[in-house]
Design a binder for this molecule. Structure first.
Ligand code: CP3
Length: 340
């Protein structure tokens, strides 16, 4: 019911799913994770991708599943070494941004075959009432990891390159943007029903570059996908973009704007493009609480604020490992009973 609600602009039904719903708060995920010595190996094994993608709908009454994958698969396909280290996070080998992804001979389709097969299998296993979400990182967020080599406090390396060598950086950025388009097109060709583009580090874009790197690149992705005949709804998530979310809602060309937990949802709804659907923005930490009253209040508030809007219920960033299964179930029941 996710795609149907977006396309029909249905205000009376609130679809629900959770970012990072397949992740570490579920014991079945942990069991499956143990079968693979590296996370990358997990992400490239068709049977495990399918199983992990389906775990959340075995546990919860959700409107959609999100493909089990990671935004850092893309740098890996471009030849960068990517590893995920427990308690540290992703680590990527050093690259020369001037040369990486220059070679158009990286045949994404060959490398991504295990993922494409998984998409087809998931589609054959889920009921038609549920949608499959494909995704990619936005060029800025992927570039942050590729250049910085991992997570960073202020992403100073990438900003240094931007100020020192704007031209070289922008050439790299364009090549990366094209790869994001190819990846998303491939996922749609294999069968995903919706696309989501995560810009987790959008708040690290220097303000004067926001238009170019945060918005124009998104509009390019959406326009090129449309030109290639991709018709599925596209969700954009510029995490912690603050007031810039308004411009993003008008100019990025996405169909749905995902709102993070730091934003005042009422303010967002009053200020953004009225033609854009919203998603979000429950604080994922509210789902770790023992205080179910505070959770009920927060969920009810979102339902109240979005009563007359086309809105997808979700968290304002990914679920964390401390998420309580009972809290997720309670939230789903509240959303279902509040809207049926
Ligand atoms: O349920 C889902 O949402 C599906 C899968 C999914 C993962 N990563 C699996 C994953 C999705 C949509 C992502 C997106 C992703 N990956 C983003 C954008 C969204 C966001 O959360 O901001 C980013 C920035 C990444 C990069 C990434 N991958 C980091 C920083 C980490 C390590 C830190 C962490 O949260 O664990 C990963 C690893 C990762 N990706 C895990 C999962 C389930 C944990 C790996 C493990 O189990 O060992």
């Amino acid at each position: 019911m996710l795609v149907k609600t977006i396309k029909k602009k249905n205000k009376n039904y609130k679809p629900i799913w959770f970012m990072r719903q397949a992740g570490r708060h579920l014991p079945n995920y942990q069991k499956l994770r143990k079968k693979h010595n590296t996370f990358l190996n997990f992400c490239l094994t068709t049977s495990s991708i399918v199983e992990a993608t389906l775990i959340p709908i075995k546990e919860y009454d959700l409107d959609a599943v999100i493909l089990f994958s990671d935004i850092l698969i893309l740098p890996w396909t471009l030849g960068q070494k990517v590893s995920f280290i427990k308690n540290i996070g992703p680590q990527l080998s050093n690259i020369d941004y001037k040369t990486i992804a220059l070679k158009s001979d990286v045949n994404l389709i060959d490398v991504l075959e295990p993922i494409g097969t998984a998409i087809k299998q998931v589609k054959s296993k889920i009921p038609i009432s549920k949608d499959l979400i494909g995704f990619a990182g936005a060029p800025w967020t992927i570039a942050c990891y590729m250049i910085e080599g991992g997570t960073s406090k202020n992403f100073e390396k990438i900003r240094e390159i931007l100020w020192n060598d704007e031209r070289g950086f922008l050439e790299f950025y364009d090549r990366l943007t094209n790869k994001v388009i190819d990846l998303l097109e491939y996922q749609v060709k294999c069968g995903v029903d919706v696309l989501m583009i995560f810009d987790t580090w959008s708040h690290m874009i220097p303000s004067v570059y926001w238009q170019k790197l945060g918005i124009v690149s998104m509009a390019t992705i959406v326009e090129e996908l449309r030109r290639r005949g991709v018709l599925v709804p596209i969700i954009g998530f510029p995490f912690k973009a603050g007031e810039k979310l308004v411009q993003y809602s008008y100019e990025s060309k996405v169909d749905v704007v995902s709102v993070d937990w730091s934003m005042d949802l009422k303010w967002v709804l009053n200020n953004i493009n009225k033609h854009v659907v919203t998603q979000g923005n429950l604080d994922p930490i509210a789902l770790t609480t023992e205080n179910t009253q505070s959770l009920t209040k927060a969920v009810t508030e979102i339902l109240d604020i979005t009563k007359d809007k086309v809105h997808i219920f979700n968290v304002g960033h990914g679920l964390t490992p401390k998420t309580q299964i009972e809290n997720v179930k309670k939230t789903i029941t509240l959303v279902r009973t509040g809207t049926q």
